[in-house]
Design a binder for this molecule. Sequence first.
Ligand code: ADP
Length: 479
Amino acid sequence: MIDTIVLAHRVNGRVIPGQARFEQVNPADPTDLRVTGPEADAAVMGDAVAAARAAVEALDRQGIEARSDSLAAVGHRLKADAPQLALLIARETGKTLNDARGEVLRAGRLFDFFAAETLRNVGEVFDSVRRGTAVEVTNEPIGVVAAITPWNFPVAIPAWKIAPALAFGNAVVWKPSEYSSATAAALMEIIAAAGLPAGAVNLVLGAGAAGQALCEAPGIDAVSFTGSVATGAKVRMAGAERSLRLQLEMGGVNGMIVLADADLGNSVACALNGAFFAAGQRCTATSRIIVEEAIADRFVAALKERMASLAIGDPREASTQVGPLVSMRQKELITRQVASVEESGLRPVVGGTATTMKHAFFAPTLFDAVPVEHAFGMDEIFGPVAGIYRVRNFDEAIAVLNAPRYRLSAGLCTTSLSHATAFRRRASAGLTMVNVPTAGIDYHAPFGGVGGSSYGPREQGRAARAFYTVMKTSYICPG
Ligand code: ADP
């Protein structure tokens, strides 16, 4: 019998049920799991924002040591519960068990990192131009932060928003993706048991309408959003109208250059991982593989061979390397996008729409000899799809790399120090990766892109403080 999970909002420490308005099934096996949940309306948002507002004061009264302990407790539980949580992620979103486990452990470490940051909110003291007066700069909480998160990293992305928000004294109203809300509810359970004031984190469920209602809820001070370019634009408009502080992480059309002097085995492994692991559903995934002509035939042959031996299957199996897309809706979208590339005259050398797969699986797809001026790779295809660009030299490679508007991560495979150094200078991207895949980032270093990929301050690491605090400059004269 199908396992059904019925979800509810959690506001001010209380469970608030509602009529089921969205549904997600296991995308690899629709007979396994069904998740349903309610849609938060303006009234639920109002209650959540009021609870969060009260919690900002309660967090201040509780003090930084208790708060740091709470964040550490969440980190500890995440690491201890990683196997169970990973299975839920695999069943709900189709992410492979190994990837899901790695993600939960990383989320645990994110909470550990921000548990320590809670105790490190240092300020600055200046001598004043007025003798006897001191000037102090402190980093204060911004207040009530709305967090709107996607399904592709259903624990790590919420963690890298919620943990710094709390660390710096803010309260959160969190709207997770409707495709990963059971996982969100499981994370919320852990947060709710960590000793934070009621209302420090509130979980409001639903699809786009709930996200929009949250952006429009009176009383929020900031929105941190991760998701698609189109939705990010809506959030930016809603936020700009009301002068909210905004942090938007959106798509990337990421390129990786392979020079003729690169280690062939490693560059093929980087391309395989970057383009097809996580079924291409990472905003740092490689969609443009830019290869120097001199080695292009050898590189493509080796990549095709590795693609043929990818273990595609049930994400609950430990041996699976590539699972399905998150939903049938997403499969329909990717199918339409790939079909339109095929109609433009490009023929896939592996996969494509002719390779049919069951449920929400989509065959890893590779196009070869994509013309530099072709529209492919200008907009994100959020699936296991990549194109090979054959270029004459490094300069041409850099021009192809920097052409798209969405530039989050850029890669280079080479054994040349001078090319690696020039690449770091000339690649226009938020992340540059040499001899490692474009995807796969550390949890304690800043994260974000350039061009249309990101808007607002960086996420993660010590950089996170810029978004989650507001500077206060105080002049104190003893009188
Ligand atoms: P994807 O589902 O492909 O990750 P989306 O940008 O649609 O990308 O979703 C990211 C998050 O934004 C999800 O939590 C989603 O429900 C939410 N969302 C969708 N539409 C809106 C909107 N108009 N305003 C605010 N949030 C939204």
